[in-house]
Design a protein around this ligand. Structure first.
Ligand code: ZN
Length: 197
């Protein structure tokens, strides 16, 4: 966002629950990066900024390429400026599976909240019978990996249903030992898209 440099676009307050946007200088919108449609408050999408005070080089609906979301609810610090979530992803990181945008960072956030699994994962996208499939390989701690099948299966089911709720379609989940996943990640990265191979 260096094109917009100046006093700064957003800054964190003591409440540390997002970055307050300098709304008196910028008009911020969140859009669907594929269709350009503005999204309702709270939803994740691409940040688009319009400068309000610049005269020589104003920017109109400048697409930042950053995926974030805006929170318009009042902050405990008393400021009324909208809060922007820290930018975690770039638009380039978003993958489209079955026509739905999947932001890898969202998967990470979901995994962090499930006990027993780690926020490390690998995504494998492929196409079977003209249909996209998404498989998420999740790292689990060793004690779970070698634990009884029943516990493994219930964890698997939990991850699957939570991911499905967040992503919007059925996701295959595979539990992988931490060490194995680290090796796989090093070898082929966080996202393997077999559709383009
Ligand atoms: Zn605040």
């Amino acid at each position: 966002m260096s094109e917009l440099s100046g006093p700064g676009i957003a800054g964190e307050c003591d409440a540390k629950s997002g970055l307050h946007l300098a709304e008196d200088f910028f008009l911020a919108e969140i859009i669907d990066p594929q269709t350009g449609t503005p999204l309702p408050p709270g939803q994740s999408g691409e940040l688009v900024l319009t400068t309000l005070t610049r005269e020589a080089f104003p920017l109109l609906r400048y697409r930042t390429g950053d995926i974030t979301s805006l929170d318009f609810s009042p902050c405990t610090c008393g400021r009324t400026l909208a809060r922007m979530q820290r930018v975690m992803e770039r638009v380039d990181d978003v993958i489209i599976v079955q026509g739905i945008h999947v932001v890898p960072g969202q998967i990470e956030k979901v995994l962090k909240e499930i006990e027993g699994c780690e926020p490390h994962y690998q995504i494998v996208v492929s196409r079977e019978n003209h249909r996209d499939t998404l498989e998420v390989h999740v790292a689990v701690s060793e004690n779970i990996f070698f634990d009884e099948m029943k516990r493994q299966r219930s964890l698997l089911e939990q991850i699957r249903s939570v991911l499905m709720r967040h992503i919007g379609f059925r996701v295959e989940v595979k539990l992988v030992e931490r060490k194995t996943l680290a090796e796989n990640l090093q070898q082929s990265g966080k996202i393997i898209d077999k559709r383009v191979l």
